[in-house]
Write a protein that binds this ligand. Structure first.
Ligand SMILES: Cc1ncc(COP(=O)(O)O)c(C=O)c1O
Length: 469
């Protein structure tokens, strides 16, 4: 089966079909029922007003028969697209045999563990241990920080502005977004947030020529300064490409100096690869591209390839100080996720999916290049198949509701994209890793058209004012 077959399969199509106004009548009815029954904290249906009937490869069909290209893919979960036929087959066979196994060893779990270790660089495979967490990224972040606290006997944690690590108490405490934290009093104490290398938003307005990576210098000085006010932390927690934070790749010098500092001070470096892992950035893990080796890796989202939940931490065995039962959880034995996850790694290797990530990344970069000079586009950023287009009013630099309107235009034309970053000003793309060139071309042309129609190049204040109304 070729990548093209896998990506386009069942429905044999390259483009979307949207028949009328959104939401269609079927979606509108389900959205209304959802609104009357579910929590006000629900999110996605507010910006993407569709109810989904079925999905295949990069396509999603709503209950009214509209077909969309999905460049959100379950927030980066569906790495091989929706319902990849080989993974579905493996999962179906597994559920007939054994579905749930706590943390007992099973052949499916054994193969999954071997597959995860096999993705690590050769020098790390023998010294990293795997812990199976409760099946969400946030639970694995929690586990990573608990492990580091136990191993070091220290209590504080360093995290970075703009980071996102989930919405449980501890994950929210180490996350940047203030609006979501503010209503929840007394989150986990001892968290120190330092600036991330968000170069397009540099408070010192430095350029590449004048920059000395001052963002990391603040962390270096504070942690080395006996009067710096911050005790030596149990862990430094870092995303190598901030995803929800607006697709911000960490600067090379920044990341390397964080690694050097944490080594020097004997502080475990935890990289949160929940979104960047499993090949999303073009290498198995994003940290490989920085030439560093972390002490703890947090992984989840795409581990099963088809959305079966599973989360793990991989950590240096010198940190293996936990007593039995130190981080338990009933749902740590999802055999469907294990069987599909091991198969997903085999498929990624067999079909050179990482090569496809790099080729499609170059293709997307080429499509988006013209936006760099667009007056309303503040920045275009990407690594592998994570891309973000940051929008701002050319006159006052404010985001208004531009990204939201572009997202709505894209959906109306049959493309699902996500928002992120400060004030949701970044339009984000997270296509499946096996997406084919034809689908990328169609998606990018919908996106570019939506941007040009929403914010015509060369226009100034009057349009900005109109958009904000
Ligand atoms: C980098 C990162 N860490 C952690 C999480 C939290 O994962 P979950 O939503 O499964 O708890 C996310 C979710 O988007 C994420 O992007």
């Amino acid at each position: 089966m070729t990548l093209l077959d896998q990506s386009v399969t069942t429905w044999g199509m390259h483009g979307p079909i949207v028949r009328g106004e959104l939401p269609g009548p079927g979606s509108a009815a389900l959205l209304a029922r959802q609104e009357s029954r579910e929590s006000n904290a629900r999110v996605y249906g507010r910006h993407l007003p569709i109810a989904v009937e079925e999905a295949s490869g990069p396509f999603v069909r709503d209950v009214d028969g509209n077909v969309f290209i999905d460049f959100l893919t379950g927030a980066g979960v569906l790495s091989l697209g929706h319902c990849h036929p080989e993974l579905v087959e493996v999962a179906v066979q597994q559920i007939r045999r054994f579905g749930h196994g706590l943390d007992l060893p099973t052949p499916a779990k054994d193969a999954f563990t071997a597959a995860q270790l096999s993705m690590l660089p050769a020098g790390m495979r023998d010294r990293m241990r795997v812990h199976f967490c409760g099946p969400t990224g946030a639970n694995a972040v929690d586990a990573a920080l608990k492990l580091c606290k136990t191993a070091t006997g220290r209590g504080d944690v360093v995290a970075f502005s703009g980071g996102f690590h989930g919405t449980t108490h501890v994950a929210m405490a180490v996350t940047g977004n203030v609006a979501t934290k503010a209503p929840v009093a007394n989150l986990v104490p001892g968290v120190h947030v330092f600036p991330y290398s968000h170069c397009s938003d540099c408070p010192l307005e430095l350029t590449r020529d004048t920059c000395a990576t001052n963002c990391v210098a603040l962390l270096e000085r504070t942690l080395r300064d006996p009067n710096g006010g911050v005790v030596r932390p149990a862990a430094v927690l870092l995303e190598l490409v901030q995803g929800e934070g607006g697709v911000v790749p960490g600067d090379l010098d920044f990341v390397r100096r964080v690694r050097a500092l944490t080594r020097e001070l004997d502080v475990p470096l935890v990289v949160d690869e929940v979104q960047t892992g499993c090949g999303r950035t073009g290498t198995w893990f994003a940290f490989e591209q920085y030439g560093i080796e972390p002490d703890v890796i947090v992984a989840s989202k795409a581990l099963s390839g088809i959305g079966q939940p599973v989360a793990i931490i991989l950590y240096d065995e010198r940190l293996d100080v936990w007593a039995p039962g130190a981080h338990t959880g009933t749902f740590r034995g999802n055999q469907l996720a294990f069987a599909a996850g091991a198969a997903a790694v085999r498929i990624v290797r067999r079909d050179d999916v990482l090569g496809n990530v790099r080729a499609r990344a170059a293709q997307i970069a080429q499509h988006l290049e013209a936006l760099r000079t667009h007056p309303w586009v503040h920045d275009v950023r990407g690594r592998g198949l994570m891309w973000g287009i940051e929008l701002a009013d050319p006159v006052d630099g404010r985001p208004g509701r531009l990204a939201e309107r572009i997202q709505a235009h894209c959906l109306a034309e049959g493309l699902i994209v996500e928002l992120g970053g400060r004030d949701d000003r970044v339009v984000r793309l997270l296509p499946p890793l096996n997406v084919v060139a034809e689908v990328v071309d169609v998606a990018c042309s919908i996106l570019l058209d939506a941007i040009h129609r929403t914010v015509p190049a060369g226009t100034g204040l009057p349009v900005a004012a109109a958009l904000r109304r």
